[in-house]
Write a protein that binds this ligand. Structure first.
Ligand SMILES: [Zn+2]
Ligand SMILES: [Zn+2]
Length: 339
């Protein structure tokens, strides 16, 4: 059985559980771990049965509870490499240095090096057989590794017995990290994932088509508009989760500062009710049994406005009356959808 449960959707946190065969994955971890587990239980899902976490992009509303949840469950996290790096930067922001500060730092380092010429004595000896210094360094590592348990002088810890670092010491530590690339499908257990690039102001944001047991589910939120590659992906689906972020008039007249309004409206911002319904009216192939509108703005949208816009688009096409339209909410899970 394939089951799709949206635990939360919106700018305060996004989280969805997807089960297929014997595999269960969490798509985004934008709620605190405690709230995430509470909602899973509320929705009849058991957190301990999750096999992996998959991240669409590094914005806070998609990763807020990531480190704690992955550590608590001891499960791998799937990212693109750029998203993983951006997430780590977010958790450990580097201080920007001025040129003068940098110069000072370089001078200090040079002075320290000159003061300690004996430090070179600790360098590993050159390998006479190795042309490539990198390779010989690796060989040195491999050769010395087995001896380490006998050597009282070697302080290297045994990796198998080392415990994960405390969250405050290394907030980026995860039990395991796997990289995927947009455009290259991959599998986690019984679920196949096809990630595709979406236009959004993050390092390497993706949407997904998930498939398992012959059921196909499309996942596209956090996108400024629907480019041809996304349109192409959102076909032959049994379920479509589509962003319907804001009502254009509410956003225009709403409380956000001008710069934020520009960001939301931009080609790398969020999809409006009008843009979502234009897709449904013109490009959508009508195959999905369920359409879920998601990532609704709490300030610049009303569920009824999003629903009416989408219904109008679907009603214009008589063949689509069988499509069930649902709205994902921010503060409570949507009932599980099973196939
Ligand atoms: Zn978001
Ligand atoms: Zn985002």
């Amino acid at each position: 059985m394939v089951r799709f449960t949206v635990l939360a959707s919106g700018s305060r946190g996004n989280c969805t559980v997807l089960s297929g065969g014997r595999t269960r994955i969490l798509v985004d971890a934008g709620l605190s771990c405690r709230e995430l587990f509470r909602r899973m239980k509320l929705a009849g899902e058991e957190p301990a049965t999750l096999n992996a976490i998959v991240i669409t992009h590094e914005h806070q509303d998609h990763v807020n509870g990531l480190a704690v949840t992955a550590r608590r469950l001891g499960i791998p996290v799937y990212f693109t490499e750029a998203t993983h790096r951006a997430w780590m930067r977010w958790l450990q922001p580097r201080r920007q240095m001025s040129y003068a500060q940098w110069l000072e730092m370089v001078r200090k380092q040079a002075a320290e090096r000159q003061a300690e010429p004996e430090a070179q004595e600790n360098d590993p000896p050159d390998d006479p057989n190795g042309d490539d210094p990198g390779e010989s360094a690796v060989e040195n590592l491999v050769e010395t590794a087995p001896a380490s348990s006998d050597s009282a002088l070697d302080p290297a810890p045994d990796p198998s017995s080392s415990r994960p670092p405390a969250l405050k010491d290394d907030p980026t530590w995860l039990p395991a990290v796997e990289y995927f690339q947009p455009g290259e499908p991959f599998s986690i257990g019984d679920i196949c994932l096809s990630p595709f690039t979406i236009p959004h102001d993050a390092a390497d944001p993706v949407g997904f088509v998930f498939s398992s047991e012959g059921v196909r589910l499309g996942f596209a939120t956090d996108l400024g508009y629907i480019p041809p590659n996304v349109r192409e992906q959102l076909r032959d689906l049994d379920l479509l989760l589509l962003e319907s972020n804001h009502d254009l008039e509410m956003l225009r007249d709403g409380p956000y500062p001008w710069s934020v309004k520009q960001r939301v409206l931009s080609r790398v911002g969020h999809l409006s009710n009008d843009a979502a319904s234009a897709f449904l009216a013109e490009d959508y192939d009508g195959q999905a049994a369920y359409i879920i509108l998601g990532h609704l703005s709490e300030n610049n949208n009303l569920p009824e406005l999003a629903r009416v816009a989408a219904e109008r688009a679907l009603l214009g096409r008589a063949s689509l009356l069988a499509n069930r339209l649902l709205l994902a909410a921010q503060h409570e899970p949507l009932s599980a959808i099973s196939f």
